[in-house]
Design a protein around this ligand. Sequence first.
Ligand code: ADP
Length: 173
Amino acid sequence: MASKIELLIADITKIKADGIVNAANTTLLGGGGVDGAIHRAAGPKLLEECLSLHGCKTGEAKITLGYNLPAKYIIHTVGPVWKDGKSKEDFFLAQCYFNSLDIASKYGLKTIAFPSISTGAYRFPTQKAAEIALTEIKKFTENKAIPETVMMILFSQKDFQIYNDAYRRIFNV
Ligand code: ADP
């Protein structure tokens, strides 16, 4: 049976899922935006575990424990920085969603929550990012039992609207 996909306006650090995804940078050592919020909420043990991972390449994903978060695991993925739209940004963003879902499924995570990867400091246009995110999630979860629920956590009403419009186009609802 296909997975359930939910769009929510929320702070991802408060989400009680098996896994939440962090829009990290290549050092995996913390930063601004959602990355900073996740490190603050998870506590200093997260940085200790991240130090042992020796970074992460754009489009790839690595998993850690969730420490003080309500989520059991954090999947750290590195989105592309938007340049000109001709530097494989779409490909790398799709890879972030695919590789994060792949790790979640290998770890048997039934519920996973994504932030809007790359659309903050990395300046990826939100509408294009929403289409890539939801298309990739749809492709991955079709005919797969795990994850059972995939949440997209939006941080503003405006982003929610953009993702909701894309959802309706992609899922024909
Ligand atoms: P990137 O560097 O990948 O662009 P950012 O953290 O700058 O990552 O932004 C990605 C998205 O995460 C933006 O839409 C931003 O508004 C959102 N965001 C920031 N803090 C949180 C949070 N606590 N929970 C959910 N989303 C958040």
